[in-house]
Design a protein around this ligand. Structure first.
Ligand code: ARG
Length: 468
């Protein structure tokens, strides 16, 4: 617990012209963001170098001072990378920590770096740079995950498993087809991140505090140097916009939903009752008391961690809602939340990749389960429609009666005799038994996007082409 009243020497040296008293140390505690935003050091230095180069090019800063600033920033970058930099809470955030160190290294010229900019456009730019790079990394991680899912799908284009609705056996499908459903989801996640990256790629630097600046700056130049498509067009929006983070967190949340659904299926599939898959030793743990146990901890944790990401999304929406233009200090809360959520998503993606890569599928168990629960009842109804030209609703009714009969006899549909079937419709022929087999059922689902192994092979080939 902190004691109120004690003073901290926080940053009043930066605006000491007007402020005489020092900050209460509790104020330092709530105000300082350095513990969190020091993670932006590389972006902050890159941004400052681009700004200094522009000031020189525009004749706002002398070449000599520009050179000293650039060298000083370079030195600071190395100090931080080598762990030799002392971060100070008194200096509040990464921007002022770097600037204060620059002054120690090069003297008063350091004070010229902040010409024609503010921490408001600086932090907006740093965070956009960080988010852009982070999105590129997430996209790579999604690609890695898609590769291992596709490899498994390619192995199992005709491995039969039960398809579920309501977690009840519905119709047989192939394991490859089931896995390719996740390819669709992760591909959408990927494209959402790509969209977000395109939209965020505008440079707020030069908007200064909020109104722009009277110095003859060249915002095109800094935008270009920092790899942005263009400078942002409205200075007020530039410093108050955090849509790029909101979007990133929203995209992360949807991706986390997909991961959690796959994780949940892994938990179910790897249970002794299902036995559809085994996870490797590398991604499971044992029990300290029950020797037979192999727990899918990684999948459970991915399932749970989705909640953290939703929490971040909700938290930032609540920070941003109803904030008047332009910058408010509330917005400083954006980083902690975002870093945690993105680290969580990144770890989840990588762990899921390892888990899927190592996973072994048990075809026999899947096949056996696929035959339970009268999974080919729809095939029987379809046969009645196709061959006997019975309206589907009536066919559904006849099939229901046959299922009830099989249920009462505790046998499968294909174990009923032809005579028993004919009690419900006299025109049924022995051909009907062909559609009751699992292979036939799956093979017959040839509609575009359906589960027939032939379709699944084509889809695998399509994805292989896309991921090449
Ligand atoms: N640490 C601040 C943040 O992350 C930087 C911007 C501060 N701007 C200001 N006007 N106090 O939001």
């Amino acid at each position: 617990m902190s004691t109120p009243g004690k003073t901290g020497k926080q940053s009043n040296k930066m605006w000491g012209g007007r402020f005489a008293a020092e900050l209460d140390h509790l104020m330092t505690e709530i105000n300082a963001s350095i513990d969190v935003d020091k993670r932006l050091f590389a972006q902050d230095i890159t941004c400052s170098k681009a700004h200094a180069a522009m000031l020189v090019a525009q004749g706002i800063l002398s070449e000599e001072d520009g050179y000293a600033i650039d060298k000083g920033l370079e030195a600071i970058l190395h100090e931080i990378e080598d762990g030799e930099f002392t971060f100070s809470k008194e200096l509040e955030d990464i921007h002022m920590n770097v600037e204060a160190r620059l002054a120690e290294l090069i003297g008063p010229a350091a004070g010229r770096l902040h010409t024609a900019r503010s921490r408001n456009d600086q932090v907006a730019t740093d965070f956009r740079l960080w988010t852009r790079q982070t999105i590129d990394e997430l996209i790579q991680e999604i690609d890695d995950l898609m590769h291992v899912i596709l490899d498994q799908a390619a192995e199992h284009t005709d491995t039969i498993m039960p398809g579920f609705t309501h977690l009840q056996s519905a119709q047989p499908v192939t394991f490859g087809h089931h896995l390719l459903a996740y390819m669709e989801m992760f591909a959408r996640d990927r494209s959402r991140f790509v969209d977000c990256r395109n939209r965020l790629n505008e440079c707020p630097l030069g908007a200064a505090a909020l109104a722009g600046t009277s110095f003859p700056t060249d915002r095109e130049m800094t935008a270009q140097t920092l790899g942005f498509e263009r400078p942002t067009a409205n200075s007020l929006d530039s410093v108050s916009d955090r849509d790029f983070i909101l979007e990133t967190l929203n995209n992360a949340a949807i991706c986390a939903i997909h991961l959690s659904r796959l994780a949940e299926e892994i938990v179910i599939w790897s249970s002794a009752q299902f036995g559809f898959i085994s996870l490797s030793d590398r991604y499971t743990t044992g029990s300290s008391i029950m020797p037979q146990k192999r727990n899918p901890d990684a999948a459970e944790l991915i399932r749970a961690k989705a909640g953290r990401i939703f929490g971040a999304q909700t938290a930032l929406q609540n920070v941003m809602k109803a904030l008047p233009l332009t910058y408010s200090k509330d917005m400083q809360e954006d980083k902690d939340i975002t870093f945690d959520a993105i680290d969580t998503l990144s770890l989840s993606l990588q762990v899921m990749t390892g888990m899927i890569r190592d996973m072994a599928a048990h075809k026999d168990a899947m096949y056996k389960a696929a035959g339970l629960g009268f999974a080919t009842a729809t095939d029987l109804a379809d046969w009645l429609v196709r061959v006997l030209n019975i309206p589907f609703r009536q066919a559904h009714h006849i099939t229901g009666s046959l299922v009830a009969l099989a249920e009462s006899k505790k046998c499968d549909l294909e174990d009923l005799t032809l005579e028993e079937m004919q009690q419900f419709h006299g025109d049924i022929t022995p051909d009907v038994f062909e559609v009751l087999g699992l292979e036939n059922s799956v093979r017959s689902r040839t509609s575009y996007g359906g589960t027939s192994p032939e379709n699944v092979k084509k889809q695998v080939a399509r994805w292989q082409e896309i991921l090449k």
